[in-house]
Design a protein around this ligand. Structure first.
Ligand code: NAD
Length: 260
C-alpha cells in the first residue's frame, strides 16, 4: 500500500513515533527516523525497520534549531528522493504553572512543538504539491482541544498545532494532500510509564494503585490507549480511503473528550 513512499517521522526513536514508523514500514514505506538518542538505540531501531525489507535511515537534527531542520529536509530528500509523509511527533514538555515556567523552557517548547512543524511543512509542502500527493500527521493531544492547569507549554503548543493543521488542510485541499491532528489521551509509552512511576512514588502509592487513580480521573475506558492503536490510525490516514479526511483533530482517548 505504501511502496515507493517515504515518511519522515520526527522524534521517532521510541514511543508513538517509532510505533508509527514500524506500522508504515510494514506496508512498504521507507522511513527517515529522527530524534535525540544514543547510537546503540539508533542502530537497533534501524535494524528493526530494515528487517521489514524497507529502506530506513536516521538523520540527526535538533528540531529547536531552524538551520538543522533545513539540513534534515535536504539530506532526507537527497538520500531518499522525496518526503511523501511527514509525521510531526517530537515533543518537549515542562510541567509548571505559568509563573513558574522558565522563559527558556517556553521558547524551547515553542521551537520543538510548534515552529518545527511549521518549518518542516513549509520546506516539504512544495514537493508534495508538485507530486499532487502528501500526508501530514501532527501529533497533538487531548490537550490540543482541552485545557489543564500546570502544563502551559504543552497546552498552548498543542492548541497551536491543531490550528496549523486546519490552515495546512485548507491550503492543500486541492492537491491531494491531507493534514490531520491526532489527539490521543493517555498512551502507554515509556514516557507515561516513567511519569506514573514517579508520581506514584511522590504519592507513596504503588504504581498499580496510582495508575488506577490516574486513569479514573482521565479516561472513562479506565485503560491506557495503546501506541499500536495510534499507529494504526496514522496508517489509515496515509491510505487512499482517507483522502477526504483533512483538517481534523481526531480523538483516541477512551472517551475522555466526550465528557467536555
Ligand atoms: P516521547 O517523549 O517518547 O518522544 C518524543 C521524542 O521527541 C523523543 O524521542 C525526543 O528525542 C524527541 N525530541 C525532543 N526534543 C527534540 C529536539 N529538539 N529535536 C529532535 N527530537 C526531539 O513521546 P511520546 O510519549 O511517544 O509522544 C509522542 C507524541 O505524541 C508527542 O507529540 C506527544 O505530545 C503526543 N502525545 C503523547 C501522549 C502520551 O500519552 N504519551 C498522549 C497524547 C499525545
Amino acid at each position: 500500500m505504501l511502496q515507493g513512499k517515504v515518511a519522515l517521522v520526527t522524534g521517532s526513536l521510541s514511543g508513538i513515533g517509532f510505533e508509527i514508523s514500524m506500522a508504515l514500514a510494514k506496508k512498504g514505506c521507507a522511513i527517515v527516523l529522527n530524534g535525540l538518542g544514543d547510537p546503540a538505540l539508533i542502530e537497533s531501531q534501524l535494524l528493526k525497520l530494515k528487517d521489514l525489507g524497507v529502506n530506513a535511515i536516521f538523520i540527526k537534527a535538533d528540531l529547536s534549531v531552524p538551520h538543522e531542520i533545513e539540513v534534515l529536509v535536504s539530506q532526507a530528500m537527497s538520500t531518499m528522493g522525496s518526503i511523501d509523509i511527514l509525521v510531526n511527533n517530537a515533543v518537549s514538555r515542562f510541567d509548571a504553572v505559568i509563573e513558574n515556567l522558565p522563559p527558556e523552557k517556553w521558547a524551547y517548547a515553542m521551537a520543538v512543538n510548534l515552529s518545527a512543524p511549521y518549518h518542516l511543512s513549509r520546506l516539504i509542502l512544495p514537493s508534495m504539491k508538485a507530486k499532487n500527493w502528501g500526508r501530514i500527521i501532527n501529533l497533538a493531544s487531548i490537550y490540543g482541544v482541552e485545557g489543564v492547569a500546570g502544563r502551559t507549554d504543552y497546552v498552548v503548543t498543542k492548541h497551536g498545532l491543531v490550528g496549523m493543521t486546519k490552515v495546512i488542510a485548507l491550503e492543500c485541499a486541492e492537491y491531494n494532500i491531507t493534514c490531520n491532528a491526532l489527539c490521543p489521551g493517555a498512551v502507554e509509552t515509556p514516557f507515561i510509564k516513567e511519569l506514573v512511576t514517579h508520581r506514584a512514588q511522590e504519592a507513596s502509592l504503588s504504581v498499580e494503585a496510582y495508575t488506577k487513580e490516574f486513569l479514573k480521573a482521565r479516561q472513562p475506558s479506565k485503560r491506557f490507549v495503546q501506541p499500536s492503536s495510534v499507529a494504526a490510525l496514522a496508517l489509515f490516514l496515509c491510505s487512499e480511503e482517507a483522502r477526504d479526511m483533512t483538517g481534523t483533530p481526531i480523538a483516541m482517548d477512551g472517551g475522555w473528550q466526550a465528557r467536555a
